[in-house]
Design a binder for this molecule. Sequence first.
Ligand code: ZN
Ligand code: ZN
Ligand code: FE
Length: 758
Amino acid sequence: MPVRRRLHIEGIVQGVGFRPFVYQLATSLQLAGWVLNSSEGVSIEVEGAEAQVEDFTRRVVSDAPPLASISRIEADDIPVLQEEAFVIRKSLSTDTATARLPADVAVCGDCAREMKDPSDRRYGYPFINCTNCGPRFTIIEGIPYDRPFTTMRRFPMCPKCLEEYENPLNRRFHAQPNACPVCGPSIRLEEEPSLPPEAALRRVGDLLQAGRIVAIKGLGGFHLACDARNAEAVRSLRDRKGRGAKPFALMCADTEEMRRICLPTPEEESALLSPERPIVLLEAIPGTDIAPEVAPGHRYLGVMLPYTPLHRLLMRTAPQTLVLTSGNLSEEPICHKNEEARSRLSAIADAFLTHNRDIAVPCDDSVTRFVQGKPAVIRRARGFVPRPIPLGFEAVPILACGGQQKNAFCVAQGGDAMLSQHIGDLDNLETLAYFERAVEHFKRLFRVTPEIAACDMHPDYLSSRYARSLEGVSLIEVQHHHAHIAAAMVEHRLEGEVIGIAFDGAGYGPDGALWGGEVLICDYLDYRRFACLEPVPLPGGEAAIRRPARMALSYLIHAFGEEGKAIAKDSLPALSDEEIAVVEMQIARCLNSPETSGMGRLFDGVAALAGLCQVATYEGQGAVELESLADGNADGAYPYELLVRSGLCQVHVVPMIRSVIRDRRQGRPTGEIATRFHQTVEEIVVHLCRLARKESGLNRVALSGGVFQNRWLLDRLLGRLPEEGFDVFSPRQVPANDGGIALGQAAIAGRRRSAGCV
Ligand code: ZN
Ligand code: ZN
Ligand code: FE
C-alpha cells in the first residue's frame, strides 16, 4: 500500500544543495513526488512504499548536505496521488517568511581541483563554484534564493552550464551562481582593459611584486593589496589610507607560508581552512620578513587564507603574503561598486582589478581569535552572516539598531535573530547611509515588519536617533551594558539572573554618566548596578579618548592632587605644559569633562602612565599595547580599595595608580607593569564576583564588553572563575564589543514585550 507524506523543513536549506540531495534520496528510494524552495524553507511531498517513505523521512535529516542546518521539520501523511516521477518544482513565493538564507562559502576542494586541471572547461576560471561553495549572501537581492533574485541574473547560462544546473546528478545542480568562462562574469584590469584574464592576473601579481598598491574586487567588496614584506609599500598604504597604527590583515598563499610567519594551533588552522575562512589572530613569529608596519606594537597577526577562486589564482604570481585590507578610506564603509571604488580609491590604489559580478550587499571579512582553544568572533561578517542565532523565545518582529561604534544591527522574528554584518562606526554620512540601506535590505530579505524598534539609551547615537525617527513601531531603549550581558546570555541560553561583568570604553548610564566598568545583576527584563569602577573625569570628552595621556593626567590628578601635574611633566611626554594646564582647568571647572567609570579608559590611562600609547590612532590602542607587553614576568597585583556608597560598590584605583608611578620611578620594566596591571584587573573581577555571589546567591558569571577582546584577561578569567566555583560565559558567536549589543537589545526588548512590561 503506497503512502504519501508532506514534509516541511526549515533552517539553512537553501543554496546548500538541499533540493538535489532530496531528489537523489527520493529517486534512490523509488519515491514519487516533488520538492520546492519556498520563502519558508523547503517543502517536499513523497509517495511510495511505507518503509521507503519512513526511510526517507529519517535520512532527509541524518544525511543532509554538509552546509545545511535543519532547525524544524514537520511531517503529515496525506492522500495518495498516484504520481510516477519525482520532480523539482519551481519556487513559490509566499508572504510569511521564515526561510533562512545561506552565508558565503569559500571555494571547495572539488572546484579548486577543477580550476587547476588544464583539461577542465573552467581551468583558471576565477568564478568557479558549485552547490557546496561560492557566493551566497553577497549576491542575494531578494528571496527565495534563486538565480533571478541574485546579481547573477544578468548572466544567462550557456547550454553546458544550463545542463549541469538542470541535471540532478550533477554537482552544480541548482547551484544558483553557476557560471563558466563562456557565459559568466569576468575580471578586468582597468588600466589595461584589453588584457585577457590570465594576463591581467599575472600583471597584478607583477605590480604587487614591484611594491604597488592594487585595489582588488573580491566577494563582499574591494580590498587594497600590497606586498606585506615591502615596508615602503605598507607605509605608503597607511599614509594614503589615513590609517594610523591600526593593524592590517594579511592573506597568505597557503598554510605553509602562514606557518612561516605565525604559530597557529591545530584549532586555529582548522578555522583558517573552514568554509567561513575568517581572519584569525595568530601569534606572530618575531623577526620574520613581514614589515613591522603591518601591525605595530602587536604580538598577533590577523591572517586569512585565499577564500575565492580569484584569490587562489592571484596568489600564484603575487607575493606569498599580502596585506589585504578593506578598500575604503579610514572609517568609511567598504567600497563594493566598480564606479564607486574607482572614484573613492583613486588616490590610494595604483591599479584596479575589477569584475562584473555585482555585489548585492557589501560584507567585510570576519575576524576571530581563539581563547582557551575555542574561537570567539571579534568582527562578524563574511561567512557567518546571515546565519540565525536562536533567541530562546518567540519574539514579535523586532529591529534592534545596535550601537554607535562597530555597529551591527539585528532583526528578530519568531525564534530567531539575524545579526547584520559589521557595518562600522556611525560617525560619517557614508556609514550611516550604509546602515540605513542594510536595514532595508534585511527587512526585505527576512520579510520583517518590525513592531518594536530597540536601541541604546544614548541621546546621540545615530542608531538610536534612527530608531526614534521610525513611525508605527514601539520604541524600547536599552541600557548599553545590560545589552552587552544579554547578548552573552542569549548565546549561552541563560535564563534567570546572572552576575554580568560589562567592561568597555563607554556606554550611556541612566544617570547621564559614561559607564563602562560595571558589575550588573540582571536577567533579560531588568538589571541592578551592583558595582562599578570609581568615576573620574574624562577631560575634553572625545579628546581624552584620542589622547590617552589626558586620561592618565586625569588619574594622576585624582591620585596625587596638585602633585599630579609635576608627575605628568616627567612621565607623559605627549603633554605640553599648555595641555596640562588646559586639562587641569577642564577638570577643576567640570568643563566638557563627563564622569567615566569605563574600564577601557583605565587601560588607556595606565598604558600612557607605563610609557606606552600617548596618542591613540585607533580605539583601544593603549589596551592592545599593554596586553602585548604583559609577559607574565611579575608576581601579584597592585593594591586597590572597595568602598560601598549608597548600596553601590565602587572600586578605587588610587592605590594602584600610585604603585604604577612608584614602579616607573624605580625603573621597573614596562612588561612587569603591564603584567601586574592585568593581574590587578583579574583580582578585581574575582573579588567582585565573590561579593556579588555572597549578596545574590548567584553563581553564573557573564563576561562581555570590548575590554574582553583582551585575550590575556579573558583567558585568565575563564580559567580562574571556575576554580572559584563559578560557571562562566563569554560571547563566542557574537562579538564581545559593541558589534554584539544589537542581539542583546533584541532579546531584552522582545522579553519585555512578552512579559507585558511594555
Ligand atoms: Zn565548489
Ligand atoms: Zn557557461
Ligand atoms: Fe560597549
